[in-house]
Design a protein around this ligand. Structure first.
Ligand code: BTN
Length: 255
């Protein structure tokens, strides 16, 4: 049912559709390594048996109900120190599509997509670095689309949130166009303009911006106001009138 997108320049033109596979990210990396996945290759499956998430977690997704796919990209124009710009572009590419399906779609740092207070999408970007630049990125995207039951109360799906059954192939096609548009914009701009525009859009879409949220920092729970993201992709929060930046290993949301 998935089709090669008609309206993209390169993304998804090489489309690998599999009934089942362990992880589209792992397969995309293996294919790329073997020289069988040119830039823009997309691997999509109806069922992942060993889906991978951030921080070594697994990603569970009901068979045939959701979108699980990976993009092969060669962002050689990005310095290693600017790699979070790719996270922003990918998260915004998904956000821009989902906001046409539901109200209150937000990007939760670093790159979860939320509808209200529920997570509906996770993104796992795995970068290969060569000589201070990004030579290859596998951007894996898992969107809970039509699944109705979840084991964790913090997860939900676009269908639950919108009250409608969703055409997976149509949403996939919209995502290809949106992700390509964000990626080409990232590629075509100089680094200054690139980061200004992305920062503006990312901050505009950011979950909890200027709100107090509860976090675990250095093993203890603290309230902090989310203020943004720094150039290295660290989360900036304000605690006791002082701004501080933390990376993924240093801070965790308390749901
Ligand atoms: C997370 O929130 O922890 C990230 C989840 C990423 C899941 C996607 S599904 C497609 C791709 N293949 C994987 O094994 N993981 C990503």
């Amino acid at each position: 049912m998935y089709k090669i997108p008609a309206d993209t320049l390169f993304l998804g033109k090489n489309l690998v559709i599999l009934p089942e596979c362990p992880s589209t990210n792992t397969l995309a990396a293996d294919m790329s390594q073997a020289g069988k996945a040119t830039e823009g290759t997309v691997i999509v499956t109806h069922h992942q048996t060993a889906g991978r998430g951030q921080r070594g977690n697994t990603w569970e997704s009901g068979k045939g109900l959701n979108l699980t796919f990976s993009l092969v990209l060669h962002p050689v124009f990005l310095k290693v120190t600017d790699q979070f710009q790719l996270n922003k572009a990918i998260a915004l590419g998904v956000h821009d599509v989902l906001k046409n399906y539901a109200e209150d779609v937000r990007v939760k740092w670093p790159n979860d997509i939320m509808i209200g207070n529920k997570k509906v999408c996770g993104i796992l970007i795995e970068n290969q670095l060569t000589g201070g630049k990004l030579s290859r990125s596998i951007a894996g995207i898992g969107i809970n689309v039509n699944q109705k039951n979840f084991q964790v109360s913090t997860a939900s799906s676009v269908s639950i949130q919108s009250g409608e059954e969703i055409d997976l192939a149509k949403m996939f096609d919209e995502l290809m166009q949106s992700l390509e548009w964000r990626y080409l914009k990232l590629r075509s701009r100089g680094s200054e303009a690139r980061s200004q525009e992305l920062d503006r859009d990312y901050l505009g879409a950011m979950y909890g911006i200027n709100e107090i949220k509860r976090f675990v920092i250095s093993d203890s729970e603290k309230d902090a106001i989310i203020r943004g993201v720094d150039a290295n992709g660290k989360l900036i929060v304000e605690i006791d009138n002082k701004e501080m930046a933390f990376d993924l290993k240093e801070i965790k949301y308390v749901y």
